[in-house]
Design a protein around this ligand. Structure first.
Ligand SMILES: Nc1nc2c(ncn2[C@@H]2O[C@H](COP(=O)(O)OP(=O)(O)O)[C@@H](O)[C@H]2O)c(=O)[nH]1
Ligand SMILES: [Mg+2]
Length: 471
């Protein structure tokens, strides 16, 4: 400050002593440029040079004195500076960066893995998913990723993922670091035509379905993928030591930071299957699924529709309503999928060949299995996980209650305009009636999240509010 003042005073003195060009010209008649006296020009140039030299000298002094002070400040605060740099230069969305996502959460972990089925060409889409999945959850909890593929993984895919995680978490993660990353290939028998299916007849059916406009009907790989996700992914060698999985897909978004570990929540509340979005199925993909479920029940002497299945059963037609958990998001028990009950049910479904003759998706298959084999209280609706897959979005309706769920980075108003409520995509009045059954289920069985720390615990009451009234 003192230096600045001194500088200002000196330059005003200088101004007072030295007539300006305006003063000089004001006292004399206008003259042509070439007639301007040489002495006046010389005087100005010399003066300007002196001022510049003085300024430079002054700044040099400032630098010389300030440099040691600056270097002491930088050295003492190096950690903060470095971390700030990493935060701002990271690829994460701005809000997430500010939350200090690089800190690994302390405490116990569940025996769980994040499972991603993808292709080599999906590296960019997987990174897109990780851009929000990491800051909202896994950069803190660090569950291992298990990447599965029906083809061999290319080194480029593995490296892209390892590089991204290293950058996000500011640690070095190599492609061989099995603590965080595992890459596996799907067994051929889990991704090929089963012997009991007549391939020629199935291909004909697939073409017919495609002609009727059934999405992906003509894509053989899609049928294999749905069968694999329905009956085999949990048998993969890389998952055999885990009890829990979170299914994550390429090119999805997660909007809300999670303040607790959903795997631990599932474990401590005796939950088996967790979902986030439910949707109606295109019935042309599963014309005989409901009948097959009924046939299975008859074979097993199950005389009435079990309570969970009732939630997705159309009583008028006595058939599966098509209401399903959207399985691109799942947090569930691998032990359940590996259980004898699930295995026998899947084998019964698979024996029909209708993963190929029809286009049964893994979402309705997991849903009817949960309906048949699980109690209503074993399901959990992860209302607090803001999520997008394709054109469907779930954003916690209670976003405003920041601290429990939020702050979420999804636009609730926009979602309301699009009639996205309570994680449900509402299509028709019939669907609204179906959804009311789920409201009743939520009131009776939805378990509020019991947040660990006291500040969050004080807000738990809000999480147990009944779901919002449907429009
Ligand atoms: N390895 C592999 N993964 C696939 C294939 N087809 C789909 N997937 C994966 O299976 C999941 C569902 O596929 P997707 O195309 O997203 O189907 P949608 O969500 O039903 O539209 C995603 O995780 C995809 O990456 C395939 O041919 N090979
Ligand atoms: Mg998908």
């Amino acid at each position: 400050m003192a230096r600045r003042k001194e500088k200002r005073t000196e330059s005003s003195l200088y101004k007072a002593r030295t007539p300006s060009l305006n003063d000089v010209t004001a006292q004399q008649p206008p003259i042509q440029n070439e007639e301007r006296p040489a002495a006046s020009k010389g005087f100005m140039r010399k003066d300007l040079a002196r001022v510049i030299a003085e300024e430079l000298h002054r700044w040099a002094q400032v630098v010389v004195y300030a440099l040691p002070v600056l270097s002491i400040i930088i050295t003492r605060n190096w950690d903060i500076i470095n971390k700030t740099y990493q935060l701002w230069s990271s690829p994460l969305p701005p809000l997430s960066r500010l939350r200090g996502v690089f800190e690994e959460a302390p405490g116990t972990r569940a025996n769980a893995a994040i499972v991603v089925l993808a292709r080599n060409r999906d590296a960019g889409e997987v990174v897109h998913t990780l851009k929000t999945f990491e800051p909202t959850f896994n950069a803190k909890y660090r569950y291992p990723y298990v990447f599965l593929n029906d083809k061999d993984w290319e080194p480029q895919f593995k490296q892209t993922i390892a590089d991204f995680l290293s950058e996000v978490r500011a640690v070095n993660i190599s492609v061989n670091d099995t603590l965080y990353l595992r890459f596996g290939k799907v067994k051929e028998e889990h991704w090929s035509w089963p012997a009991h299916v007549d391939k020629t007849a199935a291909l004909k059916d697939m073409r017919q379905m495609a002609d009727l406009g059934v999405l992906h009907a003509n894509k053989e790989s899609y049928h294999h993928m749905c069968r694999f996700q329905s009956g085999f992914f949990f048998q993969h060698e890389l998952l055999k030591d885990f009890k829990w999985y979170w299914r994550v897909e390429p090119d999805v978004d997660f909007f809300c930071p999670l303040h607790y570990d959903p795997f631990m929540f599932m474990e401590s509340h005796n939950k088996t299957y967790g979902f986030n979005i439910v949707a109606p199925e295109f019935m042309a993909t599963i014309p005989s699924l409901g009948k097959t479920v009924k046939a299975y029940m008859r074979e097993r002497n199950i005389t009435s529709i079990p309570p969970t299945l009732k939630l997705m059963w159309n009583e008028t037609t006595d058939d599966y309503s098509g209401f399903h958990f959207w399985s691109n998001f799942e947090i569930g028990s691998l032990d359940w999928l590996r259980s004898r009950e699930y295995g026998e049910f899947f084998e019964y479904l698979d024996a029909t060949g209708n993963f190929f003759h029809e286009r049964w998706g893994d979402a309705p298959v997991h849903s009817v299995a949960a309906g048949l084999l699980l109690r209503p209280d074993e399901l959990h609706y992860f209302e607090d996980i803001g999520y997008r897959h394709a054109d469907r979005i779930h954003c916690p309706i209670v976003k405003e209650k920041q601290g429990v769920y939020g702050p979420c980075e999804c636009d609730v108003e926009e979602l309301k305009r699009r009639r996205v409520q309570w994680g449900i995509w509402a299509y028709s009045d019939r669907w609204m009636n179906e959804l009311k059954k789920w409201q009743r289920w939520a009131k009776a069985y939805q378990t509020p999240v019991n947040l660990e720390d006291k500040r969050q615990a004080a807000l738990v009451g809000q999480a147990s509010d009944p779901p919002p009234v449907l429009p």
